[in-house]
Design a protein around this ligand. Sequence first.
Ligand code: ATP
Ligand code: MG
Length: 567
Amino acid sequence: MEEPRKKEEEKIIRSLNFIEEIIENDIRNGVNDSRVHTRFPPEPNGYLHIGHAKSICLNFGLSKKYNGKTNLRFDDTNPVKEEVEYVDSIMEDVKWLGFDWEDRLFYASDYFEQLYGYAVILIRKGKAFVCDMTAEEISETRGTPTRPGKESPFRHRSVEENIDLFARMRAGEFPDGSRVLRAKIDLTSPNMHMRDPVLYRILHTHHHRTGNQWCIYPMYDFAHGQSDSIERITHSICTLEFEVHRPLYDWFIHEIGIYAPRQIEFARLNMTYTVMSKRKLLELVRDGNVTGWDDPRMPTICGLRRRGYTPESIRNFAETIGVAKRDNIIDVSLLEFCIREDLNKRANRLMAVLDPVKIVIDNYPEELVEEMEAVNNPEDETKGKRKLPFTKTIFIERDDFMEDPPNKFFRLAPGREVRLKAAYIIKCEHVVKDPKTGEIEEIHCTYDPLTKSGMPESNRKVKGTLHWVSEKYAIKTEVRLYDRLFVMENPDEAEEGKTYLDYLNPDSLKIVTAMIEPAVKNAQILEKYQFERIGYFSVDHDSTAQNLVFNRVVSLKDSWSKVEKVK
Ligand code: ATP
Ligand code: MG
């Protein structure tokens, strides 16, 4: 009972992160009547990943902490890349993580009419113009950070002409790419985003919500800040790459003359041994390097869920890594630590043998079946105990036996004793090998009837304790052993001539047939277990009534920390 209290205290005394400091300051100074209103604004062009989870936990976490609100808003300004499938998956993932946007589900596309109106305001003020240059011409004349851009020949069109052309762009009179609406700001600004950026482009494309109602679409930059303003967001939290966009967002808000949210940037989450960009994740799915967005090796939220991660472990991870102002890369072992810690408390134990070798207990009666008693979860008494059949023939892990062991090997070997967990102490007498291959087929042992687990005489100590299952009662089960998807810590930093795909881990999935104790029979999809001495496993949705399939969530110990890092 010591532990949880300590943890609570830690939470209370954790110093404020820089965003909380800003917010508490704003609350003290009565900014926005001391309201706190955040939003999570995904673009529905892919599935959410663990980086998004961090942003979700941050935004929803802040409003929870400061008694505020968080909106879910789809920034759906690019009909070419966006799909309803993504919208649905994003909502499912946010809910699964444990957050609730209540009745505040919005879409940037809900504001298309309003955004159009804002553009017209800018035109009327002489702050925006219709430009007939091609995309290439625009990019060629933008200059470089050290060389100013060149004015568009259309920059001085009259307000009337601009109003007329913009209305006709909307009416569908012009083909894609023939004209854009641009802001008239400053072609000498060292900030490239201020050099007459494009606000609207013509795209005769169906939109997943507005259908064919529009053939001009606002650029993300013209929609994002104004959407925050329309929703009266107080603190617009976004990742660092938007810092250089902030002057542009401020300029729009100021020129249009609307409510100004405060933008705060934080460092995006990067994690070792994976990639996080949606483009790359989409590529992995498309090229068949993984089985789908929810492949348990993916850093996507649905992949982590299928793998067996819990929302609590992910929220705890997000809380533990905190928020930073500088880009960094978080070791994936921290995420693995969080799930181990969580599943240790909640997962029932099972005996499962992943690489079975047969043991015959020569002095054990042929037909006898003893019901042994095993503790379901030593961390949680309320989980009770279960029965476990013990018989003459059992399986143990092949690597728990060595014919010619080194001194420090405390498992089974000829002439040596081990305890079978929740059962007896056995002693290895001899082995039977396949005469052709030399492979061990049977290990013959004797058991000591006085060492039955739980009996008063059973206190005799031996160095090793092994898990086992009865041959007769074992349930054959498919187990998918997942490992890291990449062998390189940061696959985004591929060496010259290579791409991140050259660093895929060829051993990221191994499938074995395990023998598991009969208590596994009632396992439900996504139910999690600790396989004694091995790791945490979760029931995959490929399971059927006849055939269970388990995913390895994580091994019991951090095996990678011992392995030299692959560079
Ligand atoms: P990607 O670069 O993976 O395509 P994105 O930034 O384009 O991601 P959005 O859908 O625009 O994806 O992101 C929605 C929100 O999630 C944004 O507020 C964004 O800042 C945040 N976000 C995205 N990736 C991360 C990350 N790795 N760490 C923290 N927050 C992130
Ligand atoms: Mg984005």
